[in-house]
Design a protein around this ligand. Structure first.
Ligand SMILES: Nc1ncnc2c1ncn2[C@@H]1O[C@H](COP(=O)(O)OP(=O)(O)OP(=O)(O)O)[C@@H](O)[C@H]1O
Length: 198
């Protein structure tokens, strides 16, 4: 279970609990703070408040260990090497996910420069999924995808949720929020979240 108590970053002040095997959709107007919240939970930016995984405070473990368990997937992911495969420790672990997400199996050798926005988005998701994190913080993970690829992402994440992974899924798509989330959190301009009736 992920517990967030009085998490503060800029204008945000947020508290909630997320059970294991639960997916919550996060919605709200552009610029309201959804990315700030997800990055704060992953401890990627300075923030205050208590964030716990199964009762253990994040400050009791090194930040890289926390981020491997509570993993943020950016809408516009970063890349640090020249080719796709160089971003993976074990490409063979990534390959089944690459195929599930309708990416060509030979994309391992592709230079990052040639990737489309949607290919980058799916490969960044694969990078996160191979970690087998307890919590996935997905920032508009299908914003650059066609319907078929978005459906493949939704199906894959749904399997992880059934297997016990907790997910926060930021989306501007109301129908997607209802499909993927068992609850929907609505962030308001005051930086608070309230549960939206579905
Ligand atoms: N480091 C920062 N310092 C000051 N303000 C910031 C910083 N990072 C983001 N902001 C501001 O905080 C607000 C929230 O940004 P955020 O990216 O979280 O919005 P969002 O809800 O994810 O929007 P969108 O739906 O467009 O992706 C924006 O007004 C943004 O300009």
């Amino acid at each position: 279970m992920l517990t967030v108590r009085a998490l503060k970053r800029l204008h945000l002040c947020v508290s909630f609990e997320l059970q294991g095997g639960e997916c919550v959709a996060l919605q709200g107007p552009s610029g309201v703070g959804k990315t700030l919240l997800l990055r704060s939970i992953a401890d990627l930016d300075p923030n205050e408040g208590a964030v716990m995984l199964h009762g253990r405070l994040r400050e009791t473990m090194p930040a890289p260990v926390w981020r491997k368990q509570v993993t943020y997937v950016a809408a516009e992911p970063g890349w640090w090497s020249d080719t796709v495969q160089e971003h993976f420790t074990a490409w063979e672990d990534a390959l089944p996910l690459v195929e599930r997400l309708r990416l060509p199996h030979d994309c391992a050798s592709w230079p990052i420069q040639r990737l489309s926005t949607g290919e980058k988005q799916r490969l960044a998701l694969v990078r996160a999924l191979v970690l087998q994190s307890r919590v996935l913080l997905l920032d508009e993970p299908t914003s650059a995808l066609d319907a078929a690829s978005a459906g493949a992402v939704e199906a894959l994440i749904a399997e992880r949720v059934v297997a016990g992974t907790s997910v926060i899924w930021s989306t501007h798509d109301d129908a997607q929020a209802r499909r993927v989330g068992s609850r929907v959190f609505l962030m308001n301009t005051g930086g608070r979240i309230e549960e939206k009736l579905m």
